[in-house]
Design a protein around this ligand. Structure first.
Ligand SMILES: C=C(O[C@@H]1C=C(C(=O)O)C=C[C@H]1O)C(=O)O
Length: 381
């Protein structure tokens, strides 16, 4: 089966045949129109140079099995496993962790999520007179099989569609925002280890800080007194690792729920997600800008859908995105990061970023179906 030229999927919802793209920083009220709109928001959106866009498609199906949501199982042709480069190498990352500890000691911040962006060359594929972008559907299918995720998502609108293009494939485990029956909810994750025994008091303290921050974010758009923490420090198992997850919810304030610019108001109050920024958020964002050397783009932003008064948006972590170069070249990117506090050990934090990347980068680097699921290094001889 050939993948359609443009498509999107998110946790059981699938759409094909793009109709239009809307810039949410210019026309945020368009999101209140009937959708679903498939949304991709860069971490740097809303004032820091990033994009916030939504695409509408002609065909939409619901309750699609995740494997079918990915549309096909053609072999994914990933980059050479040895070709990945990191925006911060091990020494530079550890140095950045030390700088955050200095800021914590000086009292400017309690926690900063420091990230790095991996990139590997991945050109377009010649196809007769034209060229094809890498097959997002094939990567999505591979992730669904090898790293199932509650908020698995993909949006691919190729440049040839004539609509503003996007190429994102995600295996996110983290809920940024959902809206259903007037309830706005978030599921911040903070605390990562290979197994539950590896979760420490530091992880629990970090999670509590970020849960409190998310509570404050939601409070800005919810009716007073309705914001509650429904689950604190739950342990969730995901492929190859465990996370601490908390759940926060509140009743969206009626004056916001009824406003045509409701999504812009909700996003501006809560974005970027607390778990991938730090606390206090404004100081953490300043420090991130000072320490990180590559834009995060859709990584650590938001990926999902909005449909009238319902929505599901994931935090764009465990996420690949592909960018076309000036010729027929291109780069596949993937971000990984960790929450840094005074108690951080720089080398342990580096290893945490490796843990978050290893399985997914392995899946995306393998070259043929036979190598499916094997570590990145064994994928090429
Ligand atoms: C930044 C990432 O993860 C974030 C940081 C986490 C942590 O510090 O434990 C956990 C989940 C995410 O909110 C990532 O996966 O790249």
């Amino acid at each position: 089966m050939h993948a359609p030229t443009s498509w999107a999927s998110f946790a059981g919802r699938r759409a094909t045949d793009v109709v239009e793209c809307v810039d949410l920083q210019q026309d945020p009220q368009r999101l209140a129109e009937p959708g679903p709109w498939f949304v991709v928001v860069d971490f740097e959106a809303f004032g820091r140079g990033g994009r916030a866009r939504a695409w509408r498609f002609a065909q939409v199906s619901d309750d699609v099995a995740p494997a079918a949501g990915a549309l096909r199982d053609a072999p994914w042709r990933g980059p050479d496993p040895s070709s990945w480069r990191s925006s911060l190498d091990r020494d530079a990352y550890q140095e950045a962790v030390q700088r955050v500890r200095d800021h914590v000691r000086d009292g400017t911040v309690y926690q900063v999520n420091v990230c790095r962006v991996l990139g590997a060359p991945l050109p377009v594929v010649p196809d007769g007179a034209t060229s094809l972008e890498p097959d997002a559907a094939a990567l999505a299918a591979r992730l669904v099989a090898g790293n199932p995720a509650p908020y698995g998502a993909a949006v691919h609108v190729p440049a040839s569609s004539g609509v503003d293009p996007v190429w994102v494939v995600s295996a996110s485990p983290e809920l940024y925002l959902s809206l259903d029956a007037g309830v706005l909810a978030s599921g911040p994750i903070k605390g990562t280890a290979r197994t539950a025994d590896g979760l420490t008091d530091k992880d629990r303290a970090e999670n509590v800080m970020i849960t409190d921050l998310v509570r404050n974010d939601l409070q800005q758009v919810c009716s007073p007194g309705t914001v509650t923490v429904t689950d604190l420090l739950g342990v969730e198992e995901h492929p190859g690792l465990v996370h601490l997850v908390s759940r926060v919810r509140g009743a969206l304030a009626p004056e916001i729920a009824e406003a045509p610019d409701r999504w812009s108001r909700v996003l501006r109050a809560t974005f970027p997600p607390g778990s991938v920024s730090g606390a206090p958020k404004s100081s953490a964002l300043r420090i991130i800008e000072e320490l990180e050397t590559a834009p995060r783009g859709p990584y650590c932003g938001a990926v999902g859908w909005v449909d009238g008064d319902r929505a599901e948006l994931a935090v764009g972590i465990r996420t690949f995105w592909w960018e076309r170069g000036p010729h027929d070249d291109g780069v596949l990117r993937f971000g990984t990061g960790a929450g840094i506090t005074w108690g951080s050990d720089p080398l342990a934090e580096w290893h945490e970023t490796e843990l978050k990347a290893e399985r997914l980068v392995g899946l995306a680097s393998a070259r043929t179906a036979d190598e499916f699921g094997t570590p990145a290094r064994s994928a090429e001889t």
